[in-house]
Design a protein around this ligand. Sequence first.
Ligand code: GRF
Length: 208
Amino acid sequence: MNLRLAIFASGRGSNFQAILAAIATQRLQAQVVLCVSNRDDAGALQIARAAKIPVAVIDEKQFASSSEYARALLAALAKHEVNFIALAGFMRKVPVEVVRQFRQRIVNIHPALLPGFGGKGLYGRRVHEAVLEYGCKISGATVHFVDEEYDTGPPILQRCVAVLEHDTPETLAARVLEIEHQIYPEALQLFVDNQIRAEGRKISVFIK
Ligand code: GRF
């Protein structure tokens, strides 16, 4: 499939940057046609502007109702002929209208091995703190489909990292981030190559 991607990001945008780097080196054959953020100070927007990618700052607070918010998002996506959405550190729930219109064409990356250490409130440093507090020996990252809840859509690609004896949330986060930057472009390329099949929650990757 020909991917016309929208990246939704609220933060610094290192996964967005990794996706752009993969496109530049042709590891990912896709086009990022829009960057959506709920914050006008998101680092991701600077990355988009530097790459001459259109941006849209859309925050639910600007709208009288959540359906108006959803309509604004859908209008921006339609305007840029987006056919696939990648959430990359997007700190807002995607409205159900958008999830439904992009069913199986909307993915997220989470900095742990789902279904562990995910869900509402488990984001950023808190994820790694929780992994360390639990005493896990491995952690990792998950690229998964987005459904109507937080972090509950079926996993597409997961990769582990070791948790080391003296890890802090920061050192673990850095190790996980490195593999996030690998698996996100890889996962997107699987869609480009039509290698993904979904049967309920079971997502199969077909080898070319
Ligand atoms: C990443 O750790 C990602 O897994 C999570 O939010 C973080 C975003 O980081 N969903 P960045 O903005 O891509 O650097």
